[in-house]
Design a protein around this ligand. Structure first.
Ligand code: BG6
Length: 484
């Protein structure tokens, strides 16, 4: 398949939040770095609002100017905006999608598609309820028609359903229209630098190979915290809750990379095969290994019912029943309106047997991978306190990215993932069977929560969440360490 010729990127839901905050800024950054050539690329926005090309460009400009791209030169911005065209229409209208197809075809002709292929990337920045009609319309009216090769791909965002049944239904509806290699299910955590580093870290370092198992690791924590609440997204959030919003997807994907076996190669299918095996080895979650919380003031949002039990915080322990991990708790924790904004992976090692220094109460070895902010990896070690006395102290071997890689800018997750969709690399996207296995883990618990059988405990905004969560960690064998 030739990879030259025209490339059309079609953002459906072009005036929505996701498009403005993530999709267009990522496209702009790719353009700015030379990954999207104006000789090949055209970007189309499609949405219901009846606005002009210029109005859409103005909206996008507003976002690009005041976000982190403030320093961007305005001529790059105007060149980028010139690539954008807008087509308005409903999400289930033949007529609208025919017009969209016509606009794309005109662009392809202008880019001399006859010399190459036609590549069409449809980015569904839309609520999942419209995925089925939109996919149908794309399939019927807008797929690539070039005889010279090329492709049609669609990119979808979570939430992919609300539980196993609805997710499978959605997968079947889309699967009836497009082949799996055409479907890119984004989980943006897979685009984060230190998440992408995980396999290199594990399989390119001899140091970790013999240690990465139940003989040496006491517990693993994967933690997400945000220091703000649901802020205007209460309506969406109340229907989903923190498990569906963060844990079932982002944290579970990270867990897969921490826990999976070495793939036979770096081919996307080999990597995803191993991730699926991890998910399939997780045993059912027990209610006593779950603590749910809801921050005080969450129900003040007018779109949230005042008897809502939806968790804005959860700690759940997952147990992987295989040779490598039996007995090791994987603690997944996520919360909104907490004391800080942070995401990290903490791998805590077991105590040293026969501890002649009697220093275990100072803390165990812990390997921390900080995903954000300030990407870093550090290893907590016990060392001799410098000086005349023989005293031990806990210290860190610290690889902080800002200091180590000065001047290197770390790409946004969406930039990297969109580039992968254009290049046809599905490694960092969720495969259908992976999604199914992820829902299988959480669906029974989610149904119990939805029925009110597991209750959310109130916690103060700006706190660590309910105290019961810390008690659960302790019970699971997590030992609080010193330092950071
Ligand atoms: C999204 C969730 O998927 O991830 C949001 O829907 C959350 O609730 C966001 O705020 C967090 O992403 P990041 O990249 O800021 O950690």
């Amino acid at each position: 398949v030739s990879e030259t010729g025209s490339l059309s990127i079609i953002v459906l839901g072009a005036s929505g939040d996701l498009a403005k905050k993530k999709t267009f800024p990522a496209l702009f950054n790719l353009f700015h770095q030379g990954f999207l050539s104006p000789d090949e690329v055209h970007i189309f926005g499609y949405a219901r609002s009846k606005i002009t090309d210029e109005e859409l460009r103005d909206k996008i400009r507003g976002y690009l100017v005041d976000e982190k791209n403030a320093s961007v030169k305005s001529d790059a911005l105007s060149k980028f905006l010139k690539l954008i065209k807008y087509v308005s229409g409903p999400y289930d209208s033949e007529e609208g999608f025919k017009r969209l197809d016509k606009a794309i075809s005109e662009h392809e002709i202008s880019k001399k598609t006859s010399e190459g292929s036609s590549r069409r990337l449809f980015y569904l920045a839309l609520p999942p309820s419209v995925y089925p009609p939109v996919s149908k319309m794309i399939k019927a009216w807008c797929t690539n028609k070039s005889d010279l090769g090329g492709w049609t791909r669609i990119v979808v965002e979570k939430p992919f359903g609300k539980d196993l049944e609805s997710a499978e239904q959605l997968s079947s509806q889309i699967g009836a229209l497009f082949e799996e290699p055409q479907i890119y299910r984004i989980d943006h955590y897979l685009g984060k630098e230190l998440v992408q580093n995980m396999l290199v870290l594990r399989f390119a370092n001899r140091l970790f190979l013999p240690l990465w198992n139940r003989d040496n690791i006491a517990n693993v924590q994967i933690v997400f915290r945000e220091d703000f609440g649901t802020e205007g997204r209460g309506g969406y959030f109340d229907e989903y809750g923190i498990i569906r919003d963060i844990i079932q997807n982002h944290l579970l994907q990270v867990l897969c990379l921490v826990a999976m076996e070495k793939p036979i190669s770096l081919k996307p299918e080999h990597i995803r095969d191993e991730k699926v095996k991890v998910l399939q080895s997780v045993i059912p979650i027990k209610d006593e290994e779950v603590v749910l919380g809801q921050y005080e003031g969450y129900r003040d949002d007018p779109t949230v019912p005042n008897d809502s039990n939806t968790p804005t915080f959860a700690t759940t322990i997952l147990r992987i029943d295989n040779e490598r991990w039996e007995g090791v708790p994987f603690i997944l924790k996520a919360g909104k309106a907490m004391s800080s904004k942070k995401a990290d992976i903490r791998i805590q090692f077991k105590d040293v047997p026969g501890d002649i220094f009697k220093c275990q109460n100072q803390g165990r070895n812990e390997f921390v991978i900080r995903l954000q902010p300030s990407e870093a990896m550090y290893m907590k070690l016990t060392v001799k306190q410098p000086g005349l006395e023989m005293q031990t102290v806990q210290s860190e071997l610290d690889l902080s990215y800002k200091q180590r890689y000065q001047g290197v800018s770390i790409p946004e997750a969406y930039e990297r993932l969109i580039l992968d969709t254009i290049r046809g690399d599905q490694q960092h996207f969720v495969r259908r069977d992976e999604l199914k296995a992820a829902w299988e883990i959480f669906t029974p618990l989610l149904h119990r929560i939805d029925k009110g059988e597991v209750k959310s405990i109130p916690y103060k905004q700006g706190s660590r969440g309910p105290a019961e969560a810390d008690q659960l960690l302790k019970k699971a064998g997590y030992m609080q360490t010193h330092g950071y």
